[in-house]
Design a protein around this ligand. Sequence first.
Ligand code: PSV
Ligand code: MN
Ligand code: MN
Length: 424
Amino acid sequence: MQLEKYQVDEHNQSLLAEHKRRFEFTAHGVANIEDVLQKLTAFQIAIPSWALGTGGTRFGRFAGAGEPRSLEEKIEDIGLLHALNKSSGAISLHIPWDIPKNADAIKILAAQHGIRFDAVNSNTFQDQKDQKHSYKFGSLQHVNKAVRDQAIEHNLEVIHYGKALGSDSITVWLSDGSCFPGQLNFRKAFQHTLDGLQQVYAALPDNWKMFVEYKAFEPNFYSMTVGDWGQSLLYASKLGPKAYTLVDLGHHLPNANIEQIVSLLLMEKKLGGFHFNDSKYGDDDLTVGSIRPYQLFLIFNELIEGMDARGMNHATDLGWMIDASHNVKDPLEDLLQSVEAIKLAYAQALLVNRRELEQAQQENDVTRAQEILQAAYRTDVRPLVAEARLRAGAALQPLTLFRKLKVRTELVKERGAKTVATGL
Ligand code: PSV
Ligand code: MN
Ligand code: MN
């Protein structure tokens, strides 16, 4: 299924008068409105290839209907999202869940939908069919060199696919760690992992980045070999200038101050990018902004402050990716909500009066500082984000149009009711 321009235009036309009224009201109070709109339009968020099907929980898999059955259909799905919001112009691939067998054809298809390839992800946290050595006791950390070599080889293969598609970064997330005290020699596990990462790093093309993603726990519940931002930063620092830390919002111990982590990583020039999602307890797969929208805003507040201080381009100098998938919502609707939540938090953070905030900080005026932040956070920026979409040729209300056009029903007609997308 493909969205036609007239369908978007008709939808926008029907909402235009009301939108203009709401937009003018909000825009009135924003001094740098054109700059804000231009930044919102430029900001693109990569969709993970593994989130287009209804995913698994740890205990079961409940497939949806009309799910994409191939990488081509996944690109088609992201094309639909991008046509609706013009903010999802990138895909992040997980190998081997989504191997681009014919990279040239895949590249052309993606380009037809205005989609580029963001970071490619390696997978040494599952055993694949016909794989020689098992990752049951880890991959790069493994006590057996043959297992470590196999994991390195896989990462090199992922770089190879990424090169063919025009990607320029690899995300390495390792599930390595231990479930019980005594199972692992921490120092040796770290050194083996560092050695493996060094070999992968050595194979990076000149313009590539390596993102080292950390996670506090799961699947290992006693120790993780890349367990927090300190460990990730240690690896990234030892690896060299092309290695960065990747922050997945759901990978922290409860109540961690993620905005502070982000600020310091940026200061150290070691923040590479994000996996956006939300969580309430120990989960890492809920829709962005569904649980803690204020935290998301505070993260963007630090990002803008830190990126502007270093003259970075908001849209292009970090990797912006979603990493969420569960099984109680339509995945496409869920992704529309996640992208929207990210853009709303970004827009709110763009409204923070930085000059006044700095002054309040200098004067230790804590009350004023909070008022400044919350004035931005409590602004209804939905009309601004909608206006940016309108100007980019997208839908004023993507989710409403998705439902009105019965996109999922059409996909079920095309693909069938019993479909299982690749992924977790
Ligand atoms: C692990 O929880 C993770 O966040 C990593 O980014 C994986 O690549 C992804 O989820 C999919 O399992
Ligand atoms: Mn992740
Ligand atoms: Mn995760």
